[in-house]
Each structure stands twice: as structure tokens, then as C-alpha cells.
Design a protein around this ligand. Structure first.
Ligand code: PAF
Length: 159
């Protein structure tokens, strides 16, 4: 059976709810797609320590600043889903931007201090965008564990 791709929070919660009813722990691997071995190593880690693994694919517009080209960001959902499936992930959550940020969406998570220095100084709003989307994904999925790369160490500390 091929891996399922869900796009709404209701469908995500339904699948994860079924797993939780079966006493399976859930691992979440948030990504913006363009998967490479770093992302896949997070899937492997999740598979090793949880019963079910959900990978998220969402190119988060809120972490792109002026002059950073959101439109140019690589997107190949079919290839990413195939890689997630081949690695053994159980579900892909690929929400639409309008569902993540409905009209009138006005809430942000800003990590004062840490989010404003170093990379944050050069990319105003970047870490607020990251913290906001990660907070949303965590609340939407309520995973037992979530897995993030440590390549961007400042991002990891903000999360
Ligand atoms: O590092 C990334 O891929 C992104 O910043 C993240 C954590 C998935 C949030 O969009």
C-alpha cells in the first residue's frame, strides 16, 4: 500500500488518533520538502524510537523575507513523497498555505533575543516564521517526539 498524503488538520488528527488508540507513539519530522539524506536520517531516527512516523511537507511562506524568493524554492512533492515512503515513513502531511494561514491569521510565535541575533539580525522575521510554523505543526499533530536537523544550530535552539 502506498503512503497516504493528508492535507487537512482534520485528516491528520484522524490518522494520528487511530495510531494513538492503538497505543502507537508518533514521531513528527517537519520539513519544507526538497528532501535529502539529512531529512531521511531524521525519518530513520523517528522510526527507531516511535511506532509511527509522519513527515510534513510545507514550504512556509512566513520564513521568507523580502528579497528571499519563495517562488523559486524547489518543490517536487511526488519525489518527496516517494523518498518518504521508501524510507518507511507512515504518513505525509502536506497542508495548503491557505489552511495553515487562513485569511485574518494574526498570531505569531516570536523568540525574543535568540531570534533576533546572528542569522536573525540579517533575516528579520525568519525565526518568527520558523517558530510560528513549528508551533502550529506541533499543536496540529501533538506528536510524542519531533525531529529536527542540527545543521542550523540557531534554528534548533529557537525551536
Ligand atoms: O529547517 C527547515 O526545514 C524549516 O525551517 C522547518 C523547521 C521545517 C520549518 O519550516
Amino acid at each position: 500500500m502506498s503512503i497516504e498524503v493528508v492535507r487537512t488538520v482534520a485528516d491528520l488528527r484522524a490518522r494520528l488518533g487511530d495510531w494513538k488508540c492503538d497505543a502507537l507513539t508518533v514521531g513528527l519530522v517537519p520539513t519544507m520538502g526538497a528532501l535529502h539524506d539529512g531529512h531521511l536520517s531524521l525519518v530513520r531516527r523517528s522510526l527507531a524510537v516511535t511506532g509511527r512516523t509522519c513527515l510534513t511537507l510545507f514550504v512556509n511562506p512566513r520564513q521568507f523575507g523580502a528579497g528571499e524568493d519563495l517562488a523559486q524554492y524547489p518543490r517536487d512533492e511526488a519525489a518527496d513523497v516517494a523518498l518518504a515512503e521508501a524510507e518507511g515513513a507512515h504518513l505525509v502531511f502536506a497542508p495548503r498555505p491557505e489552511d495553515m494561514y487562513p485569511k485574518g491569521f494574526a498570531t505569531q510565535v516570536a523568540v525574543a533575543g535568540l531570534g533576533d541575533i546572528l542569522e536573525g539580525e540579517h533575516r528579520p522575521g525568519f525565526f518568527t516564521g520558523v517558530a510560528t510554523v513549528v508551533a502550529k505543526l506541533l499543536v496540529q499533530a501533538l506528536p510524542d517526539h519531533a525531529f529536527f536537523g542540527d545543521k542550523d544550530y540557531q534554528q534548533l535552539q529557537v525551536i
